[in-house]
Design a protein around this ligand. Structure first.
Ligand code: 13P
Ligand code: SF4
Length: 310
């Protein structure tokens, strides 16, 4: 790339030229969030992908999110700046093994967290996100038997909130599993007025300490609506950019991980850069492609989720 190029200007030009929309997740680097047409949580992003009239969707997020956009808008070109932007949670649930697991529970309904591959969605009855998982489980009859995967932490959280007994797949997110309960308690002692907020992908022992748990959009809204001025935030650090923009004057402290060498960045989300975003729009590559039969099967559980959350 020519180092004299102003990538902000060039990306804006490409957006118009190609009738493209940039959808970004809150965990993207600040530059990408600032140039996006829409920033949101997984539910918001899929709702936008379903309704956009742009002809090209540039997905600044990870692979499963871009796949979901493609499933909802198969006639559109869906681009992902770096195809290697995966997800440890999605990787923790290979579809072949999940199909075998599912066979053991033939009378169970399968609810999968959106953080999974298109193939896994094709094996599911309903998809959910962290913002509607409780609502989706509660929309089902009380005696309905349910398998929930791939995130065991979100699964435990939903089971606790709904009082339902869920059969859980043993998967987890590498970013949300590293928070240290002990170090968070120490930090709370030093900041007695701070609210502790956490994503439900965190472990039970961490969620127990939370004043509020919710999706990234839920966490952001909480910081806006709360009279508190200090927050300890247990999720990927990218969200803090929006929290600071929306709440000038409030303080946000990233929750400490259990190992001082670790950080709260998702290595998958952070694979995308402004340079890669520019190149992918210019070259219209890498593009997300999914076999038609998988698109057709995976669309049904996603459409159910969107109907229930409408
Ligand atoms: P939400 O933005 O839907 O809360 O998802 C968080 C996440 O981990 C996405 O990878
Ligand atoms: Fe996956 Fe966790 Fe990264 Fe989200 S933060 S993309 S769940 S590894």
């Amino acid at each position: 790339i020519d180092p004299t190029l102003d990538l902000y200007v060039e990306i804006e030009k490409l957006k118009k030229e190609k009738n493209a929309v940039i959808l970004a997740h809150y965990y993207q680097e600040p530059d990408i969030q600032d140039i996006a047409d829409y920033i949101g949580d997984s539910l918001g992003l899929s709702q936008q992908a379903a309704k956009t009239d742009a002809s090209m969707i540039v997905f600044a997020g990870v692979h499963f999110m871009a796949e979901t956009a493609k499933i909802l808008s198969p006639e559109k070109k869906v681009l992902l700046p770096d195809l290697k932007a995966g997800c440890s949670l999605s990787d923790s649930c290979p579809p072949v093994l999940f199909a075998k697991f599912k066979e053991k529970y033939p009378d169970h309904l399968v609810i999968t967290y959106v953080n999974c591959s298109a193939e896994l969605k094709a094996l599911s009855d309903i998809v959910c996100t962290s913002s509607n998982a409780v609502q989706i489980v509660e929309s089902l009859p009380k005696d309905q038997k349910i398998i929930f995967g791939p995130d065991k932490n979100l699964g435990k959280y939903v089971a606790k909130k709904t009082g339902r007994n869920l059969v859980l797949w043993n998967g987890a997110c590498m970013v949300h599993e590293i928070f240290s309960r002990q170090r968070i308690i120490k930090l709370q002692e030093r900041h007695p007025n701070a609210k502790f907020i956490a994503h439900p992908e965190c472990e039970d022992a961490v969620l127990e300490l939370a004043d509020y748990a919710g999706s990234t959009t839920g966490l952001l809204k909480y910081t806006i609506n709360s009279p508190a001025t200090e927050f300890i935030v247990a999720t990927e650090s990218g969200i803090i950019h929006q929290m600071q923009k929306e709440n000038p004057g409030k303080t946000f402290i990233p929750a400490p991980p259990d190992n001082s060498c670790a950080c709260n960045d998702c290595p998958h989300m952070k694979r995308n850069t402004l340079e890669k975003l520019y190149l992918c729009m210019k070259n219209e590559l890498p593009e997300i492609t999914i076999p038609l039969d998988i698109i057709e099967k995976a669309r049904i559980p996603i459409a159910r989720m969107l109907d229930i959350s409408a």
